[in-house]
Design a protein around this ligand. Structure first.
Ligand SMILES: Nc1nc2c(ncn2[C@@H]2O[C@H](COP(=O)(O)OP(=O)(O)OP(=O)(O)O)[C@@H](O)[C@H]2O)c(=O)[nH]1
Ligand SMILES: [Mg+2]
Length: 253
């Protein structure tokens, strides 16, 4: 996987005039790939960071990130059609009246294909809530002067841990070995940022020991193992699925 990853990344970087790295607004730092960013820089290509899924993240957190990341960073939500005119304008400024090729990079499920579709104004690149959906490099023209390269969100395994892959929605819930660990992290984040949103969605408060929250939820939803003990793994996978599908929102109501 690592070799395929670098061969794809190198191919896209050398073919593109400008690169876009698509990040998930809920886990901005975690979804960056600094090695890829360094590679883009070493080839003398321009990098624009697009923070997608802003509809799911806390505004104050995003304001902080905006300050940290500076000018070549654009906040968008393809779901709420937010920030896309600004992104297109920035790309057209890069193009300066000629045609440019823009390569989309980023972990699986961050919304690379969705950003392309939103820029084009129609569904040209297939998308899915299941990570790893785009399987090969694909060119999509979104404007007379803008040719975008959609790429599969491949990434080197082992480079980051399973929890981060799950939080970035890069790993499917069914493939996660320790779903309770991931779900506990989601519960902790929700408890600190949007406890009432969690409670409204699941009918249980996320406060307190996150493992006990999982147990309470499993009992409440009658997800039990034989013998009557709460099926924590099942409920954990359900929470991860909801997180990855953007059903629980990491933002104050
Ligand atoms: N809430 C929310 N969901 C989004 C947004 N953009 C994309 N999604 C959802 O995120 C999921 C992944 O979107 P894709 O565009 O397929 O992501 P991708 O990066 O192309 O994924 P791969 O091809 O698997 O690498 C889909 O379920 C989209 O509907 C957004 O701005 N907000
Ligand atoms: Mg895709």
């Amino acid at each position: 996987m690592a070799r395929n990853f670098w061969s794809m990344v190198n191919q896209v970087i050398s073919r593109a005039d400008v690169l876009i790295e698509v990040l998930d607004a809920r886990v901005v730092d975690e979804s960056r790939n600094l090695e890829v960013e360094r590679k883009i820089d070493s080839k003398g290509k321009r990098l624009i960071i697009v923070i997608n899924k802003c509809d799911l993240a806390e505004k104050e957190f995003l304001d902080r990130k905006k300050k940290e990341l500076g000018a070549d960073c654009i906040f968008v939500s393809t779901k709420e059609h937010f920030g896309l005119t600004m992104l297109k304008k920035k790309l057209l400024e890069c193009a300066r009246g000629a045609e440019i090729t823009v390569g989309m990079l980023g972990y699986p499920n961050t919304g690379k294909s969705s950003v392309i579709n939103a820029l084009k104004g129609m569904k040209a690149a297939p998308t899915s809530s299941v990570s790893g959906y785009t399987r090969s490099i694909r060119l999509v023209r979104v404007h007379r002067n803008l040719m975008l390269i959609d790429t599969p969100g491949v990434f080197p395994y082992g480079e980051k841990d399973e929890t981060l892959h799950a939080m970035m929605s890069a790993k499917n819930p069914s493939q996660i070995k320790d779903p309770d660990v991931v779900a506990m992290k989601i519960i902790e984040m929700m408890a600190s940022i949007n406890p009432s949103g969690f409670e409204k969605y699941y009918g249980q408060s996320p406060a307190g020991d996150p493992y006990e929250v999982l147990e309470r939820l499993a009992l409440d939803k009658k997800k039990l193992r034989t013998g009557g003990t709460p099926d924590v793994d099942l409920i954990a996978r359900m929470i991860i699925t909801d997180w990855q599908k953007g059903k629980i929102i990491l933002r104050k109501d």
